[in-house]
Ligand binder design. Sequence first.
Ligand code: ASP
Ligand code: MG
Length: 451
Amino acid sequence: MVIVSKFGGGILKDEENFKAAAKIIRSKKEHTVVVVSAANGVTDSIIEALHSASKGTFDVDLFTEDLAKKHESLIKHIENPKIRESAVSRIREKAATLNKLLCGVLFLREASPRVNDLAMSFGERLSGIVFEAHLLDSGINAKAFEADRIGILTTDRFGKAKPLLEETRLNLERTIIPFLSKGTAVVTGFFGADEHGNVTTFGRGGSDFSAGIIANVLDAERLEIWKDVPGFMSADPRIVPQAKKIDMLSYDEAEELGYFGAKILHPKTIAPMRSKNIPIVIKSILEPSSDGTQISEKRHKMTQVAKSVAVKMNVSMLTVKGAEVLDMTQTIPFLSKLAEYDISLDAVSTSETGMSLVFDKNDVHKVKNALKHFPSAEGIEFEEDVSLVGLIGEGMKSEPGISGRLFRSIGDAGVSIRMISQGASEINISFVIKRKDVNVALNAIHAEFME
Ligand code: ASP
Ligand code: MG
């Protein structure tokens, strides 16, 4: 049996944490595949580098030298010279390749989606080398594998690739399974390759999804996601001081919370786990022996109906009023136009006389462009100072009167609601409020349902 352990970029920020991660792996008896993100901040820095290089002004040498040094500093205290030197020379090789790539972008003043994905994959390639070195240093036989080399096969949609699971399974059986009886495989998250060998990424935060893909195709016993927080919380503790860790979630609940932007687990990770009924455990490297949050198919009978109140702070709401303005015959074309402009909606509510759409605040200009195709549409209003709040829990499905309690608690706190939408899954009620009311509303809801 195999377990897959994923370590996110948030914790891969200093040598101490790499050591802590290696210690966790050392304590395992099972065959383990480690999936790594890029070290903290590295993907962002590569994206910025691509951006500046395509504008034509960028010191590529300085950037790749810093990047190499940063990774070398993550193996500074490895005493075994053989392990350290092998890692340093591979870090230098990767930095040199990225250097060439960025020089190309600088020269052409252009980075195609294909080049972007290739360049972005270097963060994970580098952290894989560092992780391998720490495992070797703690006495574990380990080997870093790059996802494109071992055959994590995907569609050719750069930046939004989808995995081809069957092909990937056949490839991994050949490329990493034989190694697992000898040691721990360290695999780069975030990317794979299409059938022509072009590197493709799964989108930002995609390393969790990579771990899910690998766990799925290897029929893993469980997937572990290691963080520096104890697990999913009943609310964001920065907003709600009373927030506590959630012990158990169903797949659906974790997925809903993920789509709400809980930065614990990428929601796309759930589907490949659900289809094979593989449990997920979220754990903190700071307290490896505590239970964390367990995610499985089980729909736990809870004394409390709702498990978490989540918020998406920065959304915008578009309201179209009046049946004659954007009538029902135009609703579907309008929604497909939004899809064409690559706008994903966080919530929708419609009635005979109007429609409200909630989407990421950064997409406002795209929505405005899409609206130009509907010149007859009037009565359009954008609200940009709003947030989307969601109450999530399996227990709400069977329990009457939840929305009554929910909206009374907010009303009593003096907060008014701009729009309501009940998720099709029935385990989520979301609504829009003014951003300035988020604090008050969340604390009121938490007190009503979770305390
Ligand atoms: N390194 C990638 C990112 O920052 C993938 C990940 O961390 O999950 O988006
Ligand atoms: Mg990450």
